[in-house]
Design a protein around this ligand. Structure first.
Ligand code: GLV
Ligand code: MN
Ligand code: MN
Length: 401
């Protein structure tokens, strides 16, 4: 194969473009994500890999047999709304090119596979890393089946429509047991490598992170006939909650807190909302401080809501503590890539979920803008190829160690 990472990404450059924001909107089980999955399966099949889809919708493309103790690399093809071209697809395209390298060098050894994880971003059903959480048992399958998208369609229904039996979603120890080592390559989502002047880094840790839904309820009413003093307007409480999220997060070093989504119900220009749902994404290296921050935000939100005659219900939708990648594996990767610095990340990844079960590591590729989850996320062609070469070298070391 003569594919490069850049040529592979160019093939999917028109798929799932977001007309409003620019960039890409490729939610799980959308037409765009299905085209990308077929694109991957086509490339895997053309390389003679054995492709299967497991009961949680994860695609596996195997070389040299199916596990056990396999060296697995992979990432995801779904995106956030209006995301960049590289978050996810870079890891998949790099895996294909790295596998080509291994074939060209005649590398044998342990079985190896490329995995494509569904709904890594949680953009459709709200829970990030849904596929790896189901695989590992980190997400209760009953809860997963009842997750709904913005149209009110359950994951169970969407799974059925897409050829998966929703009764079989959930922990899959047999499939998980095939993985001996997992290594994910990902675009860096900050400026660490730019500042260090290096194209590739070895991942050291993932910041603890979680998502909480704040449902603020008031009284729906008429915008023209309801006097200002008579209102119980959850939108006003929501606005104050967003401001206090910033204030509380700034009071604790290293905290990162975001409200990126807010849904008024019903959402009409001349309608005082009955309810506003907003989602808090909160991250901190120390679990105890994350808990403190959420509790503090929740209690202050309840107070500002009460002043507006509203109530707040807080639901934890997901939580992942800080993950330190396998120390021995980090050392092995750094020995293969002596120039590569070690970098931690504030972004979540399937690698963070898998780390709880198998030796897991990550490689990051330089992003000159340092921006991610936005159209201006960037990777230079030369860095993309350097990343694939680095991945190939690490996979070779792992397959033959
Ligand atoms: C995924 O990219 C996340 O960090 O939310
Ligand atoms: Mn990602
Ligand atoms: Mn992402």
């Amino acid at each position: 194969m003569t594919d490069t990472v850049s040529s592979l990404l160019a093939e999917i450059a028109d798929i799932g473009r977001d007309p409003a924001r620019g960039g890409y909107t490729r939610p799980v089980h959308s037409d765009a994500e299905h085209i990308l999955r077929e694109w991957f399966v086509g490339h895997a099949t053309a390389r003679g890999l054995d492709v299967e889809r497991d009961r949680n919708g994860i695609i596996w493309a195997w070389a040299g047999g199916v596990g056990p103790d396999a060296v697995v690399t992979g990432s995801h093809l779904d995106s956030v709304p209006g995301g960049g071209a590289y978050d996810g697809p870079l890891g998949i395209a790099s895996a294909l090119v790295a596998f080509d390298q291994l074939v060209a060098r005649g590398v044998g050894g342990r079985p190896r596979a490329i995995a494509v994880f569904p709904e890594e971003e949680g953009s459709r059903f709200g829970v990030a890393c849904l596929g790896s959480r189901l695989l590992t048992g980190a997400l209760d399958p009953d809860r997963a089946r009842s997750l709904v998208d913005s149209e009110g369609t359950t994951l169970a229904e969407v799974a059925s429509r897409n050829g998966l039996d929703p009764r079989h979603l959930g922990p899959d120890p047999e499939t998980l047991g095939r993985i001996g080592t997992f290594l994910e390559l990902h675009v860096e989502q900050g400026r660490g490598l730019v500042d260090l002047g290096e194209p590739v880094a070895v991942g050291s840790s993932i910041l603890g992170h979680g998502r909480w839904r704040f449902s603020i309820s008031g009284e729906g009413n008429h915008a023209g006939t309801t006097l200002m003093g008579d209102r119980r307007d959850p939108m006003v409480a929501a606005a104050q909650t967003i401001v206090l999220v910033k204030t509380v997060a700034r009071s604790i070093p290293d905290a990162r807190a975001t409200v990126g989504r807010l849904v008024p119900v019903p959402g009409g220009t001349n309608v005082i909302a009955s309810r506003v749902d907003l989602w808090l994404d909160l991250r901190h290296p120390e679990d105890a401080l994350t808990r403190y921050l959420v509790d503090e935000i929740a209690s202050r939100a309840a107070a500002v809501a009460a002043e507006e005659g509203c109530t707040v219900e807080v639901t934890e939708e997901s939580y992942s503590p800080t993950v330190d990648f396998d120390a021995r594996l980090q050392d092995q990767l750094c020995a293969v890539l002596p120039q590569a610095p070690r970098l931690s990340t504030g972004a979540g990844h399937d690698a963070g979920v898998l780390k709880q079960h198998v030796p897991t590591g990550m490689l990051f590729v330089r992003n000159p803008t340092g921006v991610s989850h936005a159209p201006s996320e960037q990777v230079e062609d030369a860095d993309a190829e350097a990343g694939a070469l680095a991945l190939a070298a690490c996979l070779e070391m792992l397959a033959t160690a």
